[in-house]
Design a protein around this ligand. Structure first.
Ligand code: NAD
Ligand code: IPM
Ligand code: MN
Length: 379
């Protein structure tokens, strides 16, 4: 029995997480070997407005006994974003040492990318975003606030240990998947942190002579994602760069509503957290039009992480089949389905997706396949 902590959060978070939970409930009903128990936590902006905190002081201790966290989104115009995000989402990522944020960027068949003349075989990247340090370290200060001498310091942290473990994990993933690795940094302008990143990448790459490796400056990487997305296999980058590039990736794969992520503590010392990369989308919240696919796909990454690889693959195949038809797509993809109908469509296709043999006779390889069930930390 796995225990799952569910944090639906704000805006469209609860709407998309509802569909993910429905799908997991369906799987548990179908297969007695999948045993999941859910506890829901009401943490988010409403909780903050009534208690003064985004989660209780012992929130991490409460979550620490769970096997995984299913997260929706947080953020509301009613509270400054740096409060809501720092006190909940980033606290969990940092507190649980979720140093790998895996973000598949895949164009599914039938979805039109805004890039001209690209198809599914051209857009298939696995972003490995460092999740605990970099620009998000949360260190800094503010002096002379409110005066015309106002100064802000925001200190990034790049440690050899931190860069090394993210880069190694990326190489392990690339080796398993038969892909290249591209490192993204900015060593030409950032003579301390960027250069450390590049040095560590070069060192680690010598441990993987069988894996093709490349280095790009982040500005050029953004350009190549648009001009030549096929050059990317696994991409490893710091917290901020990969945050920005994966929104670009989401756009390239058809929209924010599709893109999944897994915040992993690869050693399983702490729970890992699974969430779509999109935010609370206040502009469409409450209208039942949010696309649940990013959340459902993240749930597939969770199933893989928990050792249910066959179900993970089935969910990803069912997603692929569901989004192929406008009738079962939400409006962001030019469809007519509501959030609920889009979630139901994935579930309705699950049994068939599960029975479809792979790989020869089945559909193309599973989109967004996560690394092995229990990603082994490279020593
Ligand atoms: P956003 O991702 O919420 O929305 C950007 C655009 O994508 C909007 O037009 C939105 O309608 C659309 N979109 C997002 N999710 C969608 C879905 N499931 N289906 C269809 N369309 C979808 O980003 P934002 O507007 O910059 O941020 C809104 C709030 O969310 C802010 O408070 C921000 O800080 C927060 N945020 C939270 C997370 C998180 O909790 N993980 C991530 C990003 C942003
Ligand atoms: C994401 C989000 C978060 C991030 C924000 C909301 C702090 O944009 O998960 O991509 O930047 O990590
Ligand atoms: Mn982001």
């Amino acid at each position: 029995m796995y225990r799952i902590a569910v944090i639906p959060g704000d805006g469209v978070g609860p709407e998309v997480v509802r569909e993910s939970r429905k799908l997991l409930g369906f799987i548990c009903d179908r297969d007695s070997t999948v045993q999941l128990a859910f506890d829901e936590f009401p943490w988010g902006t409403d909780y903050y407005l009534s208690t003064g905190e985004m989660m209780p002081a012992d929130g991490l201790a409460q979550l620490s006994g769970y096997d995984a966290i299913l997260f929706g989104a947080v953020g509301s115009p009613r509270v400054p974003d740096h409060v809501t995000l720092r006190q909940l989402l980033l606290r969990i990522r940092h507190g649980f040492d979720q140093y790998i944020n895996l973000r598949p960027v895949r164009l599914l068949p039938g979805i039109r990318s805004p890039l001209a003349d690209v198809g599914p075989s051209d857009v298939d990247m696995l972003f490995v975003r460092e999740g605990t340090e970099g620009e998000y370290a949360g260190l800094g200060d503010r002096i002379y606030r409110g005066t015309d001498r106002d100064v802000a310091l925001q200190t990034a942290i790049f440690s050899r240990h931190g860069v090394q473990r993210a880069v190694r994990w990326a190489f392990e993933l690339a080796r398993r998947e038969g892909r290249s690795v591209t490192s993204v940094s900015k060593g030409n302008a950032l003579q301390y942190s960027g250069v450390l990143w590049d040095e560590v990448f070069a060192e680690v790459s010598t441990e993987y002579p069988d894996v093709e490796s490349h280095e790009l400056l982040v500005d050029a990487a953004a350009m190549f994602m648009v001009m030549d997305p096929r050059r990317f296999g696994v991409v490893v980058a710091s917290n901020l760069y990969a945050d920005i590039l994966t929104d670009l990736g989401a756009a390239i794969m058809g929209g924010m509503g599709l893109a999944p992520s897994a915040n992993l503590n690869p050693e399983h010392r702490f729970p890992s957290m699974f969430e779509p990369i999109h935010g609370s989308a206040p502009d469409i919240a409450g209208k039942s039009v949010a696309n649940p696919v990013g959340s459902i796909w993240s749930t597939a990454l969770m199933l893989e992480h928990l050792g249910h690889a066959a179900w993970s693959a089935a969910v990803q195949r069912a997603i692929q089949a569901a989004v192929a038809s406008p009738a079962t797509r939400t409006p962001d993809l030019g469809g007519t389905a509501s959030t609920r109908q889009a979630g139901d469509a994935v579930i309705a296709l699950l049994d068939h997706a599960r029975e479809t043999p792979r790989p020869e006779a089945g559909p193309p390889p599973v989109p967004g396949a996560a690394p092995a069930a229990s990603p082994v930390p490279p020593s």
